[in-house]
Design a protein around this ligand. Sequence first.
Ligand SMILES: [Zn+2]
Length: 285
Amino acid sequence: MKHKERGWAEPLKIEGMADDHTHILSIPSFAEQLGAPPLTPAQIWQKSREAGVEKVMEVACEEKYFEEAAKFAEENEGVFYALAIHPIEALACGGEEGYRRAFEKMKSVISSHPGKLAAVGESGMDFFHADLSTLPFQKKALMDHIALANDLDLPLQIHDHGAHKEVFSALKEGKAKKVVFHSFSGGPDFARAVCEEGWYLSFSGMVTFKNASEVQKALLSAPRGKILSETDAPSLSPAPWRGRVNAPWMLGWTLRFMGDLLNLPAGEVAKITRENAQAAYEAWR
Ligand SMILES: [Zn+2]
């Protein structure tokens, strides 16, 4: 019974969903650790489509996944991709030289696979997994990604973990144009500041958590035209499946929760977030 409880969670089918931030390629190894039966990335995408997921952004923010993510997007209808060096990965590159090399590798994958590239991400800052002494290096890496996104005229997906102020001021300093705060973790005031810039808030399963009342208030206060939805799989499984392996087919649970908060049917939230994603990511139109 214990083993079964650690298996895959059930999909909640809703037509026309768009998951604007996920890591399908990381799901199989995560599933193995949790004792869920093996599925390949292609099988995970197939099952997600059957649950009503129309489009997905596969985010590769570690060098080892760059090439594979580009190919996965090219080979699968409805899959788009984003590349970046995650702030914590940037710190793990072994210093400036290792980081530079990874950044060059990223640019070369982007130039050889331009077709389904839809964003730069996730980049940003994280003072939950790293301490404040890493701020200068994290900021430098973020500034590089802002410049790259502006150069390519693509949206930048932001990872902001305990770094609202620092990330916001870096985005302003770098004159970031198109920005999506992935797995938005702020409250209503920060949401307002982000939306006033014309940027977007992407809500993950985190919004369903019992201790996420600030994020829920942010959703309630946000302009409808600025909200997106994502799974950030394999982590952040929405309630009532916390602790299980996450996958894009779980997005319906988050949309239903968002709908209950907003007093809208889940299908309507799917439509709103899909249309907003199409507005945010030109490649999705
Ligand atoms: Zn992510």
